[in-house]
Design a protein around this ligand. Structure first.
Ligand code: HXC
Ligand code: NAP
Length: 285
């Protein structure tokens, strides 16, 4: 789908790039020729991932430890990336924390932890990158990974829902404010894509996955390559006129949940015969 070296000479920082979707997107970017910088709290994990990706693609992958909650650590990632690759072009805010819980059972610290990682971590890193791009007149790109419930909200993941909604709003707000500096910001709202991080914390019980798949019109979860391809497009120059946008990739899941009559999927063909007859009779009255 993409031409070889689509992202050559681009340097991309991926937060949470050592595992899950961050790792899959980093692999794709590296395959397309980018210099990739992955970051998370666990040096051992990002080192292993960096080596694995680099051996696969033949392109350099740098692993720099940082907790996105700490602005100076984010600045260190940016500076280390600049030293190694000369400049930074793209920031992918992918790091997140989340778990299911009835909201009334959450401690204040639990709420703060999620908001600090997802909302403030994204804001802090974006600000550091933006200042650097504005000062050096570099046309930057930010891609934020949100969720479908960033727009509609969701029970049982309230700290995450509030934070992702904030990240979506940040995407739209800065897309307008920083357009004049040639900085683009977009977001991807994924539905369910199996990762250990998400599945351990969001679908821990028996039967969770079956329930999930049943409510997706395409009757399957997403494949990492599908998300990685979308991300590659949105960080490439081919999407140069798209900014402030969120692209949903969820097999139709959230629309199915929102549409008033979508539950009629449950009605069998013979029941439709009855229903149709009954409505037509009432029409005549
Ligand atoms: C209630 C919980 C809890 C749980 C943690 N806490 N887990 N409360 N239920 N299951 C509380 C703790 O008791 C503590 O509060 C506070 O949260 C902080 O917990 P720590 O373990 O000290 O925090 P930390 O070590 O910083 O770990 C952060 C974390 C952890 C978010 C809690 O899960 C993590 O490291 N997550 C990173 C990866 C991740 O979450 N990936 C999934 C993203 S998936 P007290 O008051 O007791 O001290 C995603 C997809 C969404 O976002 C859409 C899917 C379709
Ligand atoms: P994951 O593998 O658990 O990814 C989360 C990453 O964030 C981890 O690599 C983790 O690394 C990093 N991270 C967490 N806290 C951090 C911190 N304070 N500082 C730096 N890094 C931190 O889960 P995933 O499913 O791939 O999630 C990736 C993104 O996709 C998240 O934004 C998530 O909300 C989004 N998403 C996922 C799904 C899905 O179905 N999987 C659906 C919608 C949206 P360390 O623990 O090493 O720090």
């Amino acid at each position: 789908m993409f031409k070889e070296n689509l992202l050559k000479d681009k340097t991309i920082i991926v937060t949470g790039g050592g595992t899950g979707l961050g790792k899959s997107m980093s692999t794709k970017f590296s395959e397309l020729g980018a210099n990739v910088v992955i970051t998370s709290r666990k040096q051992e994990i990002i080192d292993k991932t960096a080596k694995e990706i680099s051996e696969k693609t033949g392109n350099p992958v740098l692993a720099v430890k940082a907790d996105v909650r700490k602005p100076f650590e984010n600045e260190n990632v940016l500076n280390t990336a600049k030293e190694k690759f000369g400049k930074v072009d793209i920031l992918l805010n992918n790091a997140a924390g989340n778990f299911i819980s009835p909201t009334e059972r959450l401690s204040y610290k639990a709420f703060d932890t999620i908001v600090d990682i997802v909302l403030k971590g994204t804001y802090n890193f974006t600000l550091a990158a933006g200042k650097y791009w504005i000062e050096n007149k570099i046309p930057g790109i930010v891609l934020n990974i949100v969720t479908t419930y960033a727009s509609v909200g969701s029970g049982y993941v309230v700290p995450s829902a509030i934070s992702k909604a904030g990240v979506l709003n940040l995407t739209r707000s800065l897309a307008t404010e920083w357009g004049k500096y040639n900085i683009r910001l977009n977001a991807i709202a994924p539905g369910p894509f199996p990762t250990k991080g998400a599945w351990d914390r969001l679908f821990p019980g028996a039967g969770f996955e079956e329930k999930l798949i049943n409510k997706i019109p395409l009757k399957r979860v997403g494949e990492h390559s599908e998300l990685a391809n979308l991300a590659a497009y949105l960080v490439s120059d081919f999407s140069g006129y798209i900014t402030g946008e969120v692209v949903t990739i969820d097999g139709g899941e959230w629309l199915a949940g929102a549409g008033e009559f979508n539950w009629l999927d449950e009605i069998k063909p013979e029941q439709w015969d009855e229903i149709s007859k009954s409505i037509k009779q009432k029409n005549k009255k």
